[in-house]
Write a protein that binds this ligand. Structure first.
Ligand code: DSN
Length: 453
């Protein structure tokens, strides 16, 4: 932002943005759902398309002046088709503002309000928009061990408007138990079955889920928000052509700006298009579609495939190193870009550990784990992801440093214990010389892998 018009006009906002730029440069961003979009993506995102209204779809807009908006949206759709190798008879919607409205629009398009949906239990790695509710009597779900604060609560719009049932991972393996999911589906007869989520570190067998959906006559939605980039690169298997509909956000492993894409059989995309507009949203965010289109073209390049492979290698390497250092990892590892540290047998839980890591320059998030016995506000796990640090160019050698720092942070703060009030813990950790040293070393490493801001 040299010769910045923003700086001259609004110094306060300019300085906040500068502060965020410097924060991003100096820390290891390891929140699994975050990534660093390229300057070209960000330039398109900041373009004049932010000024244009274009309710409707290419060739059928309600307002005038959409020649270029039509070209843009058509090109974004073509790129998505190519990147995700869509079969004949499949279409694309690029207008959903993000993942939750994308999923809701699928339900609105294909179902009647009140219909039953079957999704993954949130504390095991599912997503709010897959029908999250705390219904103790939901079939196949035992909430009795969960110390949630509010009893029966339909938290998300998707559980308020649809009857939500949930499946859990296997308590022993922490993996999908397809037999058990089939049993729940047979017993509850959902109209739609959903896979995917925010914290399941393993690949999903889409064909088995398709068979379960077919057996009970349900639609099958694969939400691949987290692994879309890995799937586009062929590093993880694709549900395209297997599920009826595939949704994903564009800003995680796919490394575009924030937004969402829906892929699906033509007859379903037609209904979903109507659910998005006029059903749920107004005009599409054309500036966002522009950024996404640029990011989709980036993801078609051979170097993106190499990047995706390295994302997974880094996650697996880091997992293995942390296991060597005595950490428990949910399901024993990962097939993807993310994994969960299980802190349930450690001296501090996820909330305190993620704050201590952040003070040491490693930005992650507290997370529930399978068989969670604590509240979502103070859960037993920490989720870590490698998309962003791999974009910086980091590889296995840097994962070794990161594993050491994670372990050193734990050793430095574990003595404070989980009973200490959080604010006291935070203040004590902030002052620890060991944590300051680690933050300095992290910043030094980050300086060797600068972001193209
Ligand atoms: N907030 C996203 C994540 O972190 O996984 C999902 O919506």
């Amino acid at each position: 932002m040299t010769n910045s018009k923003l700086k001259n006009q609004d110094l306060e906002i300019y300085e906040i943005i500068k502060g965020e730029e410097s924060r991003q440069q100096q820390v290891l961003s390891m929140i699994a759902s975050e990534n660093f979009a390229s300057p070209a993506v960000r330039e398109a995102l900041g373009s004049v398309f932010t000024n244009k209204y274009s309710e409707g779809y290419p060739g059928a807009r309600y307002y005038e002046g959409n020649t270029y908006a039509d070209k843009l949206e058509r090109l974004a759709i073509e790129r998505a088709k190519e990147l995700f190798k869509l079969p004949e008879g499949w279409g694309v919607n690029v207008q959903a503002h993000s993942g939750s409205p994308a999923n809701l629009s699928v339900y609105i398009g294909l179902l009647e309000v009140g219909d039953k949906i079957l999704g993954m239990y949130l504390p095991d790695g599912g997503h709010l928009s897959h029908g999250w509710s705390y219904e103790p009597d939901a079939e196949g779900v035992d909430h009795s061990q969960i110390k949630y604060d509010g009893g029966r609560r339909k938290v998300n719009i998707t559980s308020k408007c649809f009857e939500a049932v949930q499946y859990k991972t296997d308590p022993e393996t922490q993996l999908f138990n397809y037999e058990k999911i089939a049993e729940i589906a047979r017993a509850t007869k959902p109209k739609l079955i959903i896979t995917g989520g925010t914290a399941y570190p393993r690949e999903i067998d889409y064909k088995k889920m398709r068979a379960i959906a077919d057996e009970v006559g349900a639609y099958y939605l694969a939400d691949i928000a987290h692994e879309a980039g890995l799937i586009a690169s062929g590093v993880n298997a694709s549900p395209v052509g297997i599920a009826d509909v595939v949704t994903f956000t564009t800003h995680k492993t796919l490394r575009c700006n924030r937004g969402a894409i829906i892929l699906g059989k033509d007859e379903m995309i037609k209904k979903i298009n109507r659910a998005i507009f006029p059903g749920l949203q107004g005009g599409p965010h054309n500036h966002s579609i522009a950024g996404i289109a640029v990011g989709l073209a980036e993801a078609m390049k051979p170097e993106f495939k190499e990047y995706s492979k390295q994302v997974v290698k880094n996650a697996q390497h880091l997992c293995a190193k942390l296991i060597d250092k005595g950490f428990d990892i949910v399901s024993g590892g990962t097939d993807k870009h993310l994994f969960l540290i299980d802190m349930s047998k450690k001296e501090i839980l996820g909330k305190k550990f993620s704050r201590a890591l952040a003070l040491g320059g490693i930005i992650a998030n507290k997370n529930t784990i399978p068989q969670e016995s604590n509240t979502p506000a103070d859960p037993s796990g920490v989720r870590l992801g490698t998309p962003w640090i791999t974009t910086r160019g980091m590889k296995e050698a840097e994962m070794d440093f990161i594993a050491n720092w994670i372990s050193e942070v734990y050793e430095a703060v574990k003595g404070f214990g989980n009973d200490m009030p959080f604010k006291e813990f935070r203040d004590k950790v902030t002052e620890l010389p060991e944590i300051k040293r680690i933050a300095g070393e992290v910043s030094e490493l980050c300086g060797k892998f600068p972001l193209d801001i």
